[in-house]
Design a binder for this molecule. Structure first.
Ligand SMILES: *Cc1c(COP(=O)(O)O)cnc(C)c1O
Length: 416
């Protein structure tokens, strides 16, 4: 149990807010696919004195003195990440997923260059060329989508668009896509037109590390991932690339995009990578996917339409209009019973982005608490009862009590 002794004494206001959030996390079911719970060891590294240090540069090449220990920490993080993902070169300094992607574009492209990425409303990410994001403003993004009928990425269409548009880079990687990605096929297409290959595995990194889904690192030129999603580390990111791009990636991160690295976060990344290298993590990742597959089947059994008919990873997108409710209203109803999810567009959504048809469900956080198929089945039942009784406040209050009861049986890693 984390005590926050000094904080409690020195700043009652912030202490009270943190305690409230800790209670919320403990008493609610977290089904946002991009969230997870870190271990006490990761949390301790994040709260360490390493936050006091400035260390612009890289191990053995710093612009400040006193970095002997920081060099050791950063090297441990790099070596563990290399082993985890079978990478030739790793930069562990990116502050988060979006800045990591910005550094990658900066390393390989000039403003105005053409890039091919997945449409946001088909499961892509803002940093893959959305018009309001820097990526869409600085670069000329053209986009591919998923097949109307199957919900799978249409690789034939990807190839056609690539050959027609001749982008300088092809981006593969997603925030709301539940199927395996054919990395080799993306690479083959890119090779036909001499394009760079960039995989963004922010969501699936933990599953990749555990060997449950395919690993693009040995195939692609460059790969980014956040460290705080399925990988279960601190909020941050890393970039992996072939040795021949090491210099240009490192230069793009610093001094190109960032100043001093967050050394306390680097330490926490090292701890998380160490955890992910253990056999228990493989078991965890396996259960994450088993739980997601089971959840998809539970929804289908109850008449919900699941985009693409199921999942191969940790997430699924459910078309809530199959139960006469929008994704936004479903998000609100589930919030009332203590289940956190986020609304999501479905491919070719007839509803507007702020009121989309879908909800994205993920199992990484539930699985970290130790939940398995038995609990997933109960959760699907609670979700369905909430949706069916969406206007019955008494029923919803009862369901909230049931959610809390389940949560009590599965304490968070940091509460033990
Ligand atoms: C989450 C995510 C990011 C962005 O990560 P932040 O840390 O929120 O900036 C980038 N790409 C993909 C595919 C993601 O899912």
């Amino acid at each position: 149990m984390i005590k926050y002794t000094a904080l409690k004494k020195e700043d009652k206001e912030v202490y009270a807010a943190i305690e409230k959030e800790a209670a919320r996390q403990a008493d609610e079911l977290e089904m946002i696919a991009s969230e997870n719970y870190v271990s006490p060891a990761v949390l301790e590294a994040m709260g360490s004195v390493l936050t006091n240090k400035y260390s612009e540069g890289y191990p053995a090449h710093r612009y400040y003195g006193g970095n002997q220990v920081i060099d050791e920490v950063e090297t441990i993080a790099i070596e563990r990440a290399k082993k985890l993902f079978n990478a030739e070169h790793v930069n562990v300094q990116p502050l988060s997923g979006s800045p990591a992607n910005a550094a990658i574009y900066f390393a390989f492209l000039k403003p105005g260059n053409k890039v091919l990425g997945l449409r946001l409303d088909h499961g892509g990410h803002l940093s893959h060329g959305h018009p309001v994001n820097f990526s869409g403003l600085l670069y000329n993004f053209v986009q591919y989508g998923v097949d109307d009928k199957t919900g799978y990425i249409d690789m034939k269409a990807v190839r056609e668009i690539a050959l027609r548009e001749k982008p300088k880079m092809i981006v593969a990687g997603f925030s709301a896509y539940s199927r395996e990605i054919d990395w080799q096929e993306f690479k083959n297409i890119a090779d036909e037109i001499g394009a760079y290959t960039f995989a963004d595995i922010a969501h699936i990194a933990g599953l990749v590390a555990a060997g449950i889904v395919g690993n693009p690192v040995p195939i692609f030129d460059v790969v980014s991932t956040t460290t705080h999603k399925t990988l279960r580390g601190p909020r941050g990111a890393i970039i992996m690339c072939k040795e021949k791009y090491a210099k240009q990636i490192d230069r793009a991160v610093f001094p190109g995009m960032q100043g001093g690295p967050h050394d306390h976060i680097t330490a926490a990344k090292a701890v998380a990578f160490g955890e992910a290298l253990r056999p228990e993590f493989k078991e965890y990742a396996k259960q994450v996917v088993a739980n997601a597959k089971f959840l998809a089947a539970e929804f289908i059994k109850r008449g919900y339409r699941v985009v693409s008919g199921g999942t191969d990873n940790h997430l699924l997108v459910v078309d809530m209009t199959s139960k006469n409710i929008t994704g936004r209203d479903a998000e609100e109803v589930l919030n009332k019973i203590g289940i956190s999810v986020n609304r999501s567009t479905i491919p070719n959504d007839p509803n507007p982005p702020l009121k989309p048809s879908g909800v994205r469900f993920g199992t990484p956080a539930l699985t970290t608490r130790g939940m398995k198929e038995k609990e997933i089945s109960l959760i699907a039942e609670l979700i369905d009862r909430a949706i069916m009784n969406k206007e019955d406040e008494t029923k919803l209050a009862e369901l909230k009590t049931e959610v809390k009861k389940l949560c009590k049986k599965f304490p968070l890693p940091t509460a033990k």
